[in-house]
Design a protein around this ligand. Structure first.
Ligand code: FE2
Length: 579
């Protein structure tokens, strides 16, 4: 059974699920090169079909995330709606509009009408691609159910609690689902008005960062601040009225009021580090209360964290370390970029069940779900750019040697990662002991983060030598405290609070494992600094063309593109793209 998943708001993209497993997935931004792309993902749909060699005739169902969000007028012409992520005129306009929709929905509550109109708009768009589509095969899936399904159905847990922590979607901001034997059951949800995600994004905007990507900067900044001074202010903004997800908000978190207040009033009285620290503490305190309550009440200790707030890796660490929690799982594309996968997984499960075949949860072992490019295509692309590159048979060993020498090496190999993290196939790799490497990389990538870089560590060494209470963590979705002496040894990949956000790598990730293992044999350090291969504020590279364009911006010393190696010193002067 093949189900095509689609999401068409910010972080839009497509996914193909076969018999309950994701076989291809991509976000539109990687193809259009417009970060956090929004709108109907025509390119992504074509891409997942091509990757899997699937024709429309083979598609059993199309699953689209969002019953009433985004609203029909937005879906009809998303380009008319200027999606802004930074404070300004259009940003104010967009939030005023959102408040109007929210108010109208409260006065005239016709969710079925909105869903009906959405269905009409979406089926029209699908018909444009494939006129013969049987409209009975098109399904709309609730926003939070799609988040929960992405997390549960790839977690490997049979029984778990799913916490959807989000900005908002289809009427809720945070949700709780129980999950058992393939069935997801909604048990609680908090209103869009009292949203943990919107609280965090208001602070993000108020401190001058961009919504959706700037939240990570606020989290990174929080480690430098003292949470005490601003805590009493932020503490009253959102409170738990009733632990069964009844949140109460004293500020307008739906609109732009609180972001303006942070910007105009609080950021003059308090340092941005202290504001960030108090916000992070408030988030963690709220989430701990909710998770502890439901875990103890329902006696289910496997916890899945889903939704945009699950990109907060420090919060995920706090949940993992709770005494009442047995183990945790975070879907690697936890935000709305993962909704296409969640929608497809959910519909695949329910259709399978109808036909007497239940597709039970599986453990996602990698996110290499995007396109790959052959050496032949790579060679042709290099020739197009008039560059010289050497063919290297054992590229893994060569990369390891270069990294061991202290070089900055980009690796573009195999299928691209799905989700916000590059996990070895579209990564820049560096020895984390290289002096001043953090400053060098920040300058070359034009990066301005407050978080340190992240390490990829051979799993057995991560457990024994690097991390305190380490557990396998293949997707960089959570932080860990590091053991004594690690921060001094690898300052570029450990934060001021002694945490790091590792990718643990085992033999299942065969070629990447071989690189790090070889680096270890050559240097004694079974760890590499791994950051995504892209210039700051650009999407992660996808194609050989993207990889070479970034290489020509002098981001790295070497580019290992498939089996072809480009050196910046040797070829940069000859770089000239044929027009
Ligand atoms: Fe969401």
């Amino acid at each position: 059974m093949k189900v095509l998943g689609i999401y068409d708001s910010h972080n839009c993209g497509a996914c193909l699920v076969q018999d309950g497993r994701i076989i291809a997935a991509i976000e539109e931004e990687r193809l259009t090169r417009n970060k956090i792309e929004f709108g109907f993902p025509y390119n992504s749909i074509r891409c997942v079909m091509e990757i899997t060699n699937t024709s429309w005739k083979e598609i059993d169902a199309v699953a689209i995330a969002g019953l009433k969000d985004p609203p029909p007028w937005y879906r009809l012409n998303p380009k008319m709606f200027k999606f802004k992520r930074k404070m300004g005129f259009y940003w104010s306009l967009q939030y005023t509009l959102w408040r109007i929709i929210y108010t109208v929905r409260k006065i005239f509550p016709f969710p079925q009408l909105e869903t009906y109109l959405n269905r009409l708009v979406l089926t029209t768009k699908i018909k444009r691609i494939y006129p013969d589509i049987d409209l009975k095969k098109v399904f709309l899936v609730d926003h939070h159910l799609a988040h929960a399904s992405a997390g549960y159905r790839t977690s490997g847990f049979n029984k778990a609690l799913v916490f959807g922590l989000d900005g908002s979607g289809d009427g809720y901001s945070s949700t709780v689902f129980t999950a058992e034997n393939g069935e997801l059951n909604f048990i609680a949800g908090s209103s869009e008005k009292a949203s943990l995600g919107k609280l965090y994004s208001n602070v993000t905007l108020g401190l001058g960062f961009k919504k959706i990507s700037g939240e990570g900067k606020v989290m990174g900044l929080s480690a430098f601040g003292d949470s005490e001074s601003f805590f009493s202010e932020i503490d009253r903004v959102i409170q738990i009225k009733d632990i069964e997800m009844g949140f109460f908000s004293t500020e307008d978190l739906l609109g732009n009021t609180y972001a303006k207040k942070i910007h105009r009033i609080y950021s003059r009285k308090f340092s941005r580090e202290d504001i960030a620290a108090a916000t992070q503490r408030k988030l963690e305190e709220m989430v701990v209360k909710i998770v502890e309550h439901f875990v103890k009440k329902l006696d289910i200790a496997n916890v899945i964290i889903a939704g945009g707030v699950a990109s907060n890796v420090n919060m995920n660490q706090v949940i993992r370390e709770l005494g009442c929690v047995n183990s945790t799982f975070v879907f690697p594309n936890m935000g709305d970029g993962g909704l296409s996968a969640g929608a497809a997984l959910e519909i695949c499960y329910s259709l399978g069940k109808e036909k007497g075949k239940k597709f039970f949860p599986y453990r996602l072992d990698n996110v290499f779900l995007g396109p790959a490019f052959s050496n032949e295509k790579i060679k042709k692309t290099i020739e197009t750019y008039n560059l010289k590159a050497g063919y290297v048979e054992d590229m893994e060993s060569r990369i390891a040697e270069l990294v061991a020498e202290g070089k900055i090496v980009a690796r573009v190999n195999g299928r691209m990662e799905f989700g916000p993290r590059a996990l070895g196939n579209r990564s820049i790799l560096v020895l984390p002991t290289s002096p001043h490497i953090e400053d060098v990389l920040n300058q070359r990538l034009r990066r301005d983060e407050f978080m340190p870089f992240a390490p990829s560590i051979i799993e057995e060494y991560a457990m024994n030598e690097y991390l305190e209470d380490g557990v396998p963590s293949p997707f960089m979705t959570e932080t860990f405290y590091v053991k004594e002496g690690i921060k001094e040894k690898y300052p570029a990949v450990v934060h001021v609070d002694n945490t790091c956000r590792p990718q643990t790598v085992n033999e299942e990730n065969e070629t990447y494992y071989r690189i790090i293992k070889r680096v270890g044999e050559l240097t004694g350090h079974y760890v590499v600094l791994n950051t995504s291969y892209n210039m700051h504020e650009e999407p992660i590279v996808c194609s050989p063309e993207d990889a070479i364009d970034t290489f020509l911006k002098k981001a790295v010393d070497y580019l290992a593109l498939g089996n072809y190696l480009l050196s910046s010193t040797r070829e940069m002067s000859a770089a000239k793209k044929k027009m």
